[in-house]
Design a protein around this ligand. Structure first.
Ligand SMILES: NC(=O)c1ccc[n+]([C@@H]2O[C@H](COP(=O)([O-])OP(=O)(O)OC[C@H]3O[C@@H](n4cnc5c(N)ncnc54)[C@H](O)[C@@H]3O)[C@@H](O)[C@H]2O)c1
Length: 314
């Protein structure tokens, strides 16, 4: 992607800061973030870049969006990204994710902004009975308010595309891992082991298996597909393989040079990590691969690299 004037929401977050770092080389990027999920340290190195402008703002507040002006493209990553939080406070997903997205779509309509890239999630599928799960799978029965909010956002993007003729590239992410991550299983395990190197609490029964994708592959596939799309469409992003939670724990323990760590499984509900956790998630990425894009790292390699990156940062 080159020469575009881009609005990047969630720019200070994990995927957003990696995206901003890449895009500023060849584009003008305005990053907006309310800093609810981060302290802003990941965008600090970009603040001196003449191609980057950072605004502290909240996408749920129309007034924070109304004066932003015209862009070629909105890359929309801002969201409450903590799936676990939903069972306690589902309205956060409604406000940050759904209302925030509709506000952005309105801003795009008023300013004739023709394209949006949207970060959706594998959680829209709920507990899919078809694995690996293709984009055509249905009906969607999300088991978290986070998944429900992403499903709703997809619907609004599709309807706005139909009404106003703009193009939405919707990407349903598997688990994205890598530099600048501040949540998720890798971050959680390292933090716990730094506090207590003798015992590791593992949510659920540890047999949960998910597909992990490195953030560099996530961004490269988004930009690759968005440039190719002619109309609003949906792509799964992930890896062909899965990695179990226990395997991640073993890798982290080894890489931290620890021995005889006692794993304490919380058991959870049916071995799930928490209410709303999907035990087995694997997306079909055949559509993505059929366009000629290839993963650089498989699921285990993505996890291993992300552990090294997290250990270097923490
Ligand atoms: N990381 C993953 O594995 C994963 C998987 C599926 C989907 N996603 C989606 O990808 C996107 C980026 O995720 P991430 O992992 O980088 O999460 P993140 O929490 O690191 O980044 C999200 C950013 O959005 C900001 N934000 C939240 N609410 C906001 C609001 N109302 N206004 C402005 N900014 C707001 C937060 O401060 C944060 O910096 C999110 O939409 C998330 O739902 C991520």
């Amino acid at each position: 992607m080159q020469g575009k004037n881009i609005l990047l929401t969630g720019a200070a977050g994990f995927i957003g800061s990696n995206m901003a770092e890449l895009l500023v080389n060849d584009n003008i990027v305005t990053g907006i973030d309310n800093l609810s999920g981060t302290d802003g340290r990941f965008v600090k190195p970009l603040l001196d870049n003449k191609n980057f402008r950072f605004l502290k703002g909240d996408i749920t507040r129309e007034e924070d969006l109304s004066s932003l002006g015209k862009f070629d493209l909105v890359i929309h990553l801002a969201a409450n990204s903590d799936v676990r939080y939903g069972s306690e406070r589902p309205l956060v997903d409604l406000n940050s994710n759904v209302i925030g997205t509709v506000n952005l779509l309105e801003m795009m309509r008023k300013n004739d902004i023709p394209e949006m890239v949207f970060a959706s999630s594998s959680t829209v599928y709920g507990e899919a009975t078809v694995l690996p799960t293709p984009e055509e799978y249905g009906p969607y029965l999300p088991i978290s308010s986070y998944g429900a909010s992403k499903m709703s956002c997809e619907g609004f993007i599709s309807s706005y595309s139909h009404y106003y003729g703009f193009r939405g590239s919707i990407f349903r992410f598997a688990n994205i891992v890598g530099k600048n991550s501040t949540h998720g299983v890798i971050f959680d395990f390292i933090r716990k082991l730094k506090n207590n190197s003798r015992e590791l609490e593992i949510l659920g029964d540890g047999s949960q298996r998910k597909s992990y994708m490195h953030v560099s592959d996530c961004i490269s596939s988004i930009l690759f597909i968005h440039e190719k799309l002619q109309k609003t469409d949906i792509y799964n992003l992930g890896n062909k393989e899965t990695t179990s939670v226990v395997k991640i724990a073993d890798l982290i323990v080894t890489k931290m040079g620890l021995r005889n760590v006692n794993y304490r499984f919380t058991g959870g509900i049916d071995g799930r990590g928490w209410k709303g956790d999907v035990k087995l998630a694997q997306l079909s990425i055949e559509r993505l691969l059929s366009k000629g894009w290839k993963n650089r790292y498989n699921s285990d390699e993505s996890v291993a690299l992300a552990i090294d990156e997290a250990l270097a940062q923490l």
